[in-house]
Design a protein around this ligand. Structure first.
Ligand SMILES: *Cc1c(COP(=O)(O)O)cnc(C)c1O
Length: 358
């Protein structure tokens, strides 16, 4: 399918922030967006890169009532050689299609999806920030737009992609976080949509997140919904524990998001000769390992932060300190390695980098 391009008039363009250290995350958007429409009769059509604009949707649009809304999160990285890289984009595209399938939404051709991202970034390439650790965040999204009440898969969808220049995640330095273990609320149940990047999962997570914040913690650690025993994820990130010499992360059993960063951490650790396990890990095993001094490191993984060290866990009115509240050496090594692959600084033995602009 042909992607049409309609450029924003120069006088309509947004002001790029001068001070890249003030970008923050997801508050500023570029001059263009990609949109494409799907109908049951015509399939995907009207693929266009056009000026960024508010959407006009019917108040009866099904996404607003029944929550057929999925998204992705990825980044374009300014390379040291002046080029622009994506990191494992096909993984995000396939995951979006997996989310779409789970929510009865239409599939998108992988090549068209990648072309849409490339066309959009090409036209807004001046928005790519160049400060250390900064990048252009990419948010592909699909919503059900059919005007109809009644619960059934919609017959019309809008797919769009927007871009946001984002600053370095650790603007104030790479520092360990405080995590609140909730036994009261869960994120996702077996058979549910926890493995999909679907909007409803995040709405459902907010309440526990607010409780954690009130208690002075940055994120929630989710336990499994059945036994409230096994570790699942932390906030909107995957989770890893280094117990003695075993790097452990929960298995992809349908209740957690299959993170691209999670997979990259596993592949790198294996390459470095570290024993990795995708297995169920109970919170009791974690607390016991802290008690015995065998828990060496804990960290969260995700596109936004790459890896985020965990320094403290709150569980049943008690706070536990992990590795003295310091950043572990494996956590730091993973962070440096992944970042340097993403920005084209280090060699890329797995072929994860995709150059989209020279
Ligand atoms: C996006 C996300 C992750 C991390 O996935 P990445 O592909 O590594 O960015 C983990 N858990 C949840 C719930 C997420 O939404």
């Amino acid at each position: 399918m042909q992607i049409n391009v309609i450029e924003a008039a120069p006088e309509k363009r947004n002001k790029k922030p001068q001070d890249e250290s003030q970008l923050g995350f997801g508050r500023i958007f570029t001059d263009h967006m990609f949109t494409m429409i799907w109908t049951a009769q015509e399939g995907w059509h009207n693929a266009v890169v056009e000026p960024y604009h508010p959407l006009s949707i019917d108040p009866a649009a099904m996404a607003l009532h029944y929550g057929q809304e999925i998204f992705e999160g990825m980044k374009a990285y300014p390379g040291r050689d002046g080029g622009v890289f994506l990191f494992r984009p096909t993984e995000n595209i396939r995951r979006m299609n997996a989310s779409a399938q789970r929510l009865c939404m239409p599939q998108i051709d992988e090549n068209l999806f990648l072309d849409a991202i490339k066309s959009l970034i090409r036209i807004d390439k001046d928005w790519i920030p160049h400060a250390e650790g900064a990048s252009l965040y990419i948010r592909p999204t699909m919503i059900a737009t059919e005007k109809a009440l009644g619960v059934h898969p919609a017959n019309e969808y809008l797919f769009f992609i927007i871009l946001s220049p984002v600053g370095a995640y650790y603007a104030e330095g790479f520092s360990p976080t405080k995590i609140y273990v909730t036994e009261e609320y869960t994120r996702s149940a077996p058979g549910g949509i926890g493995a999909a990047k679907a909007a409803g999962n995040y709405a459902a997570s907010l309440y526990a997140g607010e409780i954690a914040k009130k208690m002075g913690y940055t994120q929630v650690l989710w336990l499994d919904a059945v036994e409230r025993k096994y570790v699942e994820e932390v906030g909107t990130s995957n989770i890893f524990f280094l117990i003695e010499d075993e790097l452990i992360t929960p298995p992809l059993a349908g209740t957690i998001l299959p993170g691209v960063t999670r997979n990259s951490v596993l592949r790198l650790a294996e390459k470095w000769g570290i024993k990795t396990s995708e297995r169920r890990l109970s919170i009791d095993e974690v607390l016991q390992a802290i008690h015995d001094g065998r828990l060496k490191e804990a960290f969260a993984s995700g596109t936004a932060a790459v890896v985020s060290p965990i320094g403290w866990l709150y569980h049943r009115q008690k706070e536990y300190t992990i590795a003295g509240g310091k950043i572990g050496s494996l956590t730091r090594r993973l962070y440096d390695e992944i970042l340097q692959i993403q920005y084209g600084i280090k060699e890329d033995p797995f072929g994860w980098r995709v150059k989209i602009l020279n």
